[in-house]
Ligand binder design. Structure first.
Ligand SMILES: Cc1ncc(COP(=O)(O)O)c(C=O)c1O
Length: 393
């Protein structure tokens, strides 16, 4: 073997696509190291601090020596608090025995796909979609089967199209509520109809709570044992770095999930779980405040992008993204995002990161200050005319 060659990689890692939002951010960091100031609208990370009660509970737990492993399924007090939270938000009756606490929503996703998928098994994924869904599915040997949605009907999932895409190999249907990147919320009728198709629903509800104009999600908790509900503290509690999430699973799945958790992750961090309990018990005012600020930013960014000539499809009901048409400035979203970063120093996420259905679009994140939004809009205004001229040449 020469110095630079290496053994072959496992096929499951070769199947992974890069996460383009991260690639843009990493290039932006390189520019910043050269002294350039970049406006980061590419990555989905709240700029708010976590709730004070969560930080204090975490500090207290550390000082009190809560530094050991916990039950692999999570502290009983946290599992009970998660069950109470489901009752408060959705009037759902969740047995704490169906809650498994994980080090973020991402590991919960890995556990659920690992549980359900053998090689060649299929998962229906409405698209545009969160980039990691197909990557997790492929990593577990599965095959994502995409069902397109369109901005012209607020990204509604057509149950007929899902049914047509199902085969004997279909093992689950993936949902996001609200969805990333579109911010879309599906109707109760749609979620119930999808839940009646005979395979489990995997519903990623990490953006719930970040909803506007009085909107509410149709939670898959309403499907009871027919759903795996993924959730976490990263987005609505602005606790990305705590790495804490959970899955509420059907009772029949719990023992297998527990065994995987014991082996793969042992348990979520114990002192961080105390932060989670405090956030669930005392973080509601923080969520309400952040939601109000996000709603104002959503309008500021949306109207600014409209004025610049982007195709903004109404106002998304949830999450903190605008997913907008950008073809007049460049049909290749990855190249366009690269140009905007290099020329305007504005980080945005290429639409193609969210699947082929997202090509020609860009995702802007408004979890940044109004000053950052204003500066980004000004910088875009300076750079776009040349890009538009190039695109129409
Ligand atoms: C839809 C969706 N699910 C899950 C995650 C990951 O969440 P966590 O930080 O809990 O792993 C993200 C992060 O961007 C997301 O957008």
């Amino acid at each position: 073997m020469s110095l630079h060659s290496h053994p072959r990689f496992a096929a499951r890692t070769e199947a992974l696509e890069p996460f383009l939002a991260m690639e843009v951010m990493e290039r932006a960091f390189a520019l910043e190291r050269e002294g350039v100031e970049v406006d980061h609208l590419e990555i989905g990370e709240p700029d708010f601090p976590p709730p004070k009660c969560a930080v204090e509970a975490c500090e207290r737990a550390l000082r009190e020596g809560q530094t050991h492993y916990s039950d692999s399924r999570g502290l009983v007090e946290l599992r009970e608090a998660i069950a109470r939270d489901a009752a408060t938000r959705f009037s759902a009756s969740v047995d704490p025995a169906r809650v498994l606490v994980t080090s973020g929503t991402s590991p919960a996703m890995l556990l659920v796909f690992s549980l359900l998928l053998d090689p060649g098994d299929e998962v229906i994924v409405p698209t545009p979609h969160y980039p990691c869904y197909p990557n997790f599915i492929r990593y577990c040997g599965g095959v994502p089967v995409f069902v397109e949605t369109s901005p012209h009907d607020a990204w509604a999932i057509e149950v007929r199209a899902v049914r047509a895409a199902m085969t004997p190999k279909t093992r689950a249907i993936m949902l996001g509520a609200p969805a990333n990147p579109t911010g879309a919320i599906q109707s109760r009728a749609t979620v119930d109809a999808l839940g009646a198709l005979g395979v489990p629903i995997i519903s990623d509800e990490i953006y719930d709570g970040l909803v506007y104009d009085g909107a509410e999600i149709a939670s898959a908790h309403g499907l009871g044992e027919g759903a795996f509900v993924l959730d976490g503290f990263s987005k609505r509690y602005a606790m990305t770095g705590f790495r804490l999430g959970w899955v509420v699973a059907p009772e029949w799945a719990m023992r297998r999930l527990q065994i995987m958790q014991q082996n793969l992750f042992i348990s979520a961090s114990r002192f961080v779980q105390h932060a989670g309990i405090a956030a669930l018990e005392g973080g509601a005012p923080d969520i309400a405040r952040m939601r109000e600020v996000y709603a104002a930013r959503r309008e500021r960014l949306a109207s600014g992008l409209e004025a610049l000539g982007f195709e903004v499809h109404g106002r998304p009901k949830g999450a903190f993204y605008l997913f907008v048409g950008a073809r007049r400035f460049g049909a290749n979203s990855r190249a366009l995002a690269g140009e905007l970063l290099e020329r305007a120093h504005v980080g945005v996420c290429p639409g193609v990161d969210f699947g082929a259905a997202g090509e020609g679009m860009l995702r802007f994140c408004y979890a940044v200050s109004e000053a950052t939004i204003d500066r980004a809009l000004e910088r875009l205004a300076t750079a776009l005319p040349a890009l538009e001229a190039k695109a129409s040449a």
